[in-house]
Design a protein around this ligand. Structure first.
Ligand code: CUA
Length: 297
């Protein structure tokens, strides 16, 4: 939060430092007065001095300071009326416990992805936020403030990254046992690299070896692998799964070991996750599914 890489985050960090500095100054003044009262020479004060001291120090000063901070803070709220269009629209749907992500192309079609967000630097991205189950909250601390994602309601949110890099997005509203295991890497690219990413993400894949096993095991009923017969829409799109940075929504790095233990018992890694375990499969078949997933570049 205090290492801003986006316009809104810079404003929030600025507000934090102003508040922190103001708090330190006021604390020093109060402590100074306390020390003076305890250790200073005893000198009788007039009734008038005491009244004024309370009126100025206890009423006028806090009222003015708090009002100024309120105005300063309110000025950071997003504009009520949006005058300009965003450069990019991304549909984000929060699920227990992962993020469905769909990039909107200029022709209105969308590119499905999940659990990893890519953005171009210096461009305003508008997020169209929905939830299918409970209230979640969408937060990328380095880029800006957070917003609740509420079932039955569409919230719009804008962020403008100002520096390329890889950041961490999180769910910031308690949504169930795996609330803290619902993160997503955020990759901010130069615009040309972002265009290349989007083109790659939009491209379907050829079915890797073991695709028949993937279908026979029922994986395709929940997961889509574009370009193949797997078209499930319940779980995350897996088309370019192996090119992502994490699995299980920011929970683990993608390795053969992690995938093997995930397929065996996902709830051990992520309590309450909706994906069933595949401990009934022979070890060789689970290993084949792991290599299938690692082929989805
Ligand atoms: Cu989703 Cu917390």
């Amino acid at each position: 939060m205090l290492h801003p890489a986006g316009e809104d985050a810079a404003a929030v960090a600025n507000l934090f430092w102003v508040m922190a500095a103001g708090t330190v100054v006021i604390w020093l003044i109060v402590m100074g007065i306390t020390v003076y009262a305890v250790l200073g020479k005893e000198r009788p004060k007039t009734e008038r001095f005491a009244d004024r001291f309370i009126l100025i120090g206890g009423v006028a000063f806090p009222s003015i300071t708090l009002a100024a901070l309120l105005i300063f803070g309110l000025a950071l709220l997003p504009d009520w009326v949006r005058t300009e269009g965003a450069d990019l629209r991304v549909h984000v749907t929060a699920e227990q416990y992962w993020w469905r992500i769909a990039y909107e192309l200029p022709d209105g079609s969308v590119v499905q992805s999940a659990n990893e967000l890519h953005l171009p630097v210096g461009q305003t991205a508008e997020f169209v936020l929905n939830s299918t189950d409970v209230i979640h909250s969408f937060w990328i601390p380095n880029l800006g403030g957070k917003i609740d994602v509420i079932p039955g309601r569409t919230n719009l949110w804008r962020l403008k990254p100002t520096e390329p890099g890889v950041f961490r997005g999180v769910c910031a509203e308690f949504c169930g046992p795996s609330h803290a295991l619902m993160a997503f890497p955020v990759v901010v690219h130069e615009p040309a690299d972002f265009a290349a990413f989007l083109e790659g993400e939009a491209t379907p894949v050829d079915a890797p070896p073991n695709h028949d096993l993937f279908i026979a095991s029922g994986c395709g009923a929940c997961h889509a692998v574009r370009g193949t017969s797997a078209g499930g829409a319940v779980g995350p799109d897996l088309t370019h799964f192996a090119s992502r940075r994490t699995m299980a929504a920011g929970t683990l790095p993608i390795t053969a070991e992690n995938l093997a233990s995930w397929l065996l018992d996902p709830k051990h890694i992520k309590p309450d996750v909706r994906m069933p375990g595949y401990d009934s499969l022979p070890d060789a078949e689970r290993a084949a599914l792991v290599s299938y997933l690692l082929d989805l570049q």
